[in-house]
Design a protein around this ligand. Structure first.
Ligand SMILES: Cc1cc2nc3c(=O)[nH]c(=O)nc-3n(C[C@H](O)[C@H](O)[C@H](O)COP(=O)(O)O)c2cc1C
Length: 322
């Protein structure tokens, strides 16, 4: 149902993508998702301005380990020249497998600078950015878009064509408008329409929370692969379950409490390895709460974890809980 994709020298065996998610898709989470079968992962988005200024924090977000390949670094910005310089820098310094352009972020801080989804209001700029980056990088170049700025301006079809003409190798569509942010439902029919108008592979994204959703999106839209974001938070085994369901046609059993505990502690250990102790605990809290969602006693654990000062305390609380 999902065929392998070839982008230049890169072969993607399983077009099952972990979505870029700021504050979520960091190294530990990417590695956990990879261990469950995610075929491609992306970094959290990074600012092109930050890259050219060689900002330390920006570099922290872009670092990855070899075991995460194939991995894409996602960049955002407004100025074609700056995006091109930053992409070239990423290619030379980090050698990821993919460079991805963000044309979907709805966060006010980003759109106020004319970046992210604001570029969907300016298709000539969108095309200029893609062309200027394409001209200077040799790695596969991908882009991620939303449906449009608001419901009166659904431009995904035109944007997809511009990006294809500019030399993008693969496109991901999250079919909500920027104004919608994450409310309402993703309009999967738009994925089908965009797919019909382009020849490059299209990855469908939005509201996949179960193996059944994954199959439905593939069948209903004809997309070439799928990308999963929120559905994998606290449930990274979703990638394994989707692959199993698509291959075997049957739903896997839900994980036992002991399986959830194993993943929880494995993630916690990675957190400890990758972050200085003083940040590791706070950065893990969103994931930790998501792992126990719906379980007996989860509300109390979440309350206690939120007050925890460090990762050791979270470990102690979780040991008692599990
Ligand atoms: C906390 C959070 C952070 C996100 N950060 C990014 C980002 O940095 N770059 C991006 O392209 N999309 C970002 N997104 C959007 C997701 O990649 C994805 O398109 C969206 O969540 C819809 O997919 P889902 O329904 O599977 O979550 C973010 C989403 C969330 C929830």
């Amino acid at each position: 149902m999902m065929k392998r994709l070839v982008l230049k020298d890169l072969t993607i065996e399983k077009p099952l993508f972990l979505a870029p998610m700021a504050g979520i898709s960091d190294k530990p989470f990417r590695q956990i998702c990879k261990s469950f079968g995610a075929g491609v992962v992306y970094t959290e988005f990074v600012s092109a301005d930050g890259i050219v200024r060689e900002n330390d924090r920006t570099f922290h977000y872009m670092r990855f380990d070899e075991c995460e390949r194939p991995i894409g670094v996602q960049i955002f910005g407004h100025d074609p020249e700056t995006l091109a310089r930053s992409a070239r820098y990423v290619e030379e310094q980090l050698q990821p497998d993919i460079i991805d352009l963000n044309f979907g972020c709805p966060v006010p801080k980003v759109v106020k600078c004319g970046a992210g989804s604001a570029i969907l209001k300016e298709l000539p700029r969108l095309e200029a950015i893609a062309r200027s980056v394409r001209a200077v990088v040799t790695l596969p170049l991908t882009a991620k878009i939303r449906a449009g700025w608001d419901k009166g301006h659904i431009v995904a079809r035109e944007a997809a064509k511009c990006l294809e003409q500019a030399g993008i190798e693969l496109l991901t569509l999250h079919p909500r408008t920027s104004k919608q942010q994450y409310s309402g439902e993703a309009d999967w029919s738009l994925i089908r329409e965009v797919k019909a108008g382009i020849r490059i592979p299209l990855i469908g994204n939005g509201d996949i929370k179960s193996p059944g959703d994954a199959r439905k999106m593939l069948e209903e839209t004809g997309c070439d692969g799928i990308m999963i974001g929120r559905g994998a938070i606290g449930k990274p085994w979703l990638f394994r379950d989707i692959l199993h369901y698509l291959q075997e046609g049957e739903l896997p059993l839900p994980p036992e409490r002991a399986d959830i505990a194993e993943t929880f502690f494995r993630h916690l250990e990675l957190q400890e390895v990758h972050y200085p102790l003083m940040y590791a605990g706070n950065l893990f809290k969103t994931h930790a709460s998501a792992y126990v969602r719906g379980m007996d006693g989860a509300a109390h654990l979440r309350y206690e974890m939120n007050r925890a000062k460090d990762l050791d305390r979270i470990r102690e609380l979780a040991k008692t809980f599990f």
